[in-house]
Design a protein around this ligand. Sequence first.
Ligand code: IMP
Ligand code: MG
Length: 332
Amino acid sequence: MASTVIVGAFWGDEGKGKIISYLALNDKLDFCVRTGSVNAAHTVWMEGKRYALHMVPAAFINEKTRLLIAPGANVHVAKFFEEVELTKVNGRIGIDKFSSIIEEKHSLQDRTSAHLKGLGTTGWGVGPALEERARRTAKLAKDIPELKQYVADVTKEINDGIDAGKNVLLEGTQGFMLSLFHGTYPFVTGRDTGASAICSEAGVGPTRVDDVIIVFKAFITRVGTGPLPGEMSKEEARKKGWFETAAGTGRDRRSAPFDFDLARKNARINGATQAALTKLDCIFPECRSVRNFDELPKKAIQFVKEVEEKSKISVTLIGTGPAALDIIDRRK
Ligand code: IMP
Ligand code: MG
């Protein structure tokens, strides 16, 4: 698979963690680089246990993958240590020397600043930490004594990896509609969440990426405030079996049906070369754990075809359950 970017298509929580965990195992990832910050939780199931990761890359599930945190990312030091311990990845995880640090004061500012009121932020402090970075007063990973053994030159490692033909995955966080530049401003996060920004945060030039996989979920969810076209009531979502709570904050997720126009628009702007479609089993329960496309019920096949026709992109990976291997891989 060489170098691949994973980007979320909508408002986050599309199932990027699940897709990455599958690629980590199946494509034998050599490197996985996490961007963004602690506000995003990526869910990975391993041996029947659920992990909601805020800092450690979702590819931890493959013991041979080198895990890295991008120079453009924001590191929450306590959460980092907690998850390194939980996932037992000490010895194969590195943080770029220029990654910035999110501190306790940022979380307090997030929850009390007048200018952030009403945006429905996660409260982790990511907005204030990014404000501090733009002011050039942020602490960097290289300045934190506790992180000394983890500090790495991530950009060099991954570009060397790309030169050597290794499999490198750049792990985007959140979704494109939460992008500071392209999303539902001001109800967005504090950074661009698109494919180009993921490359920029990691330090990989646009000519060095082979694939951009945009992750669609079979229905749309959003947490926090801001517009959600086609939003349905919580009761309706419950009836359909679409009701979810956030992996990170536990907040109720709002939901809406799949949006074909938005899928097409975002696949184009992100330069997607393939799409993953997750949670097909939530809208068609008979799909649960199916691993061959031909075994899907007719209406599910029709839905996938409609997604491909209307978004003008091939759906190569289809999620049919929460475990990493609950997937239909049509790349083969
Ligand atoms: P912030 O990123 O915490 O500043 O929150 C800004 C907006 O992005 C709020 O609507 C959050 O709910 C949303 N948001 C931030 N991170 C995630 C995520 O990982 N998944 C879904 N929504 C998120
Ligand atoms: Mg999430």
